[in-house]
Design a protein around this ligand. Structure first.
Ligand code: DX5
Ligand code: ZN
Length: 245
């Protein structure tokens, strides 16, 4: 399994002082990425923020490449944008301009049954062309079987995703209960792709991290568990230790 990447979800932070919260969670609490939840009120029944707000926080957060003892590199301050939007193809340029590093769209929104739609592989190519990493997310009810053909693209230029996000709650809100039944999907992905970044999102915290780590997840999103903690730095460290041990 690749190294742990701890990505606090800023959805659980105080939006009134968002930029400060982001800086603190990285500089003081030791987080790696920022998980930025973008919701459009269509794909999910909630609205959060758009590219203009991402632009503002990008101004205050510099990126820094850190090399671990085993030689693996992690970029601190990397913006992991989780796009819970009905038309993911529509926002890629805006998000690139705003400073997004990884554009993670939902398979369900890029699926051929949607209209208008851009198929996942085309979307991944478009995201890569703009110089961002591409992620593909699946809701709890979506089988990983939809991903095998997409993951079979071996080269970046062919539309290979850089990360898969296995949702462990129904997307839309923070603070929900972790769904253990999603773990076989993580295990199936890890078995076939030992080096893939596999992200889990929803209900992750000290009581659920071991299950997720055992299944093979390495990119850990945590909103409430980090921002709601008395000692966020200890939570970040413990999440990391559970994955890296
Ligand atoms: C839910 C979002 C999550 C959420 C996680 O739709 O994608 O990123 O903020 O929050 P917690 O960690 O509180 O479940
Ligand atoms: Zn998310």
């Amino acid at each position: 399994t690749p190294r742990a990447i701890i990505a606090p979800s800023i959805l659980a932070s105080d939006f009134g002082k968002l930029s400060q919260e982001c800086t603190t969670v990285i500089k003081q609490h030791g987080a790696d990425w920022l998980h930025i939840d973008i919701m459009d009120g269509h794909f999910v029944p909630n609205i959060t923020i758009g590219a203009p707000v991402v632009t503002c926080i990008r101004k205050d957060i510099e990126k820094e490449v850190v090399t671990h003892s085993n030689g693996e590199k992690v970029t601190k301050g990397f913006f992991d944008c989780h796009m819970m939007v009905a038309e993911p193809q529509r926002w890629i340029e805006d998000f690139k301009k705003a400073g997004c590093d990884l554009y993670c769209f939902h398979y369900e929104a890029a699926d051929a049954s949607q209209n208008p739609h851009t198929p996942p592989v085309q979307l991944i190519k478009d995201i890569h062309k703009l110089g961002m990493k591409a992620g593909i997310a699946v809701k709890p009810g979506t089988s990983v079987d939809v991903l095998w053909d997409i993951l079979a693209n071996e080269k970046e230029g062919e539309g290979r995703p850089d990360m898969v996000l296995v949702m462990t709650v129904e997307p839309g809100f923070g603070g929900q209960k972790f769904m253990h039944e999603c773990m076989p999907k993580v295990a199936a992905l890890r078995e076939k792709y030992p080096d893939l970044d596999i992200e889990v999102d929803g209900g992750l915290g000290l009581s659920t991290i071991d299950t997720a780590a055992e299944a093979g997840a390495n990119v850990i999103v945590a909103g409430t568990a980090v921002f709601g903690a008395d000692s966020p730095g200890e939570v970040v460290a413990q999440l990391r230790a559970a994955v890296d041990s």
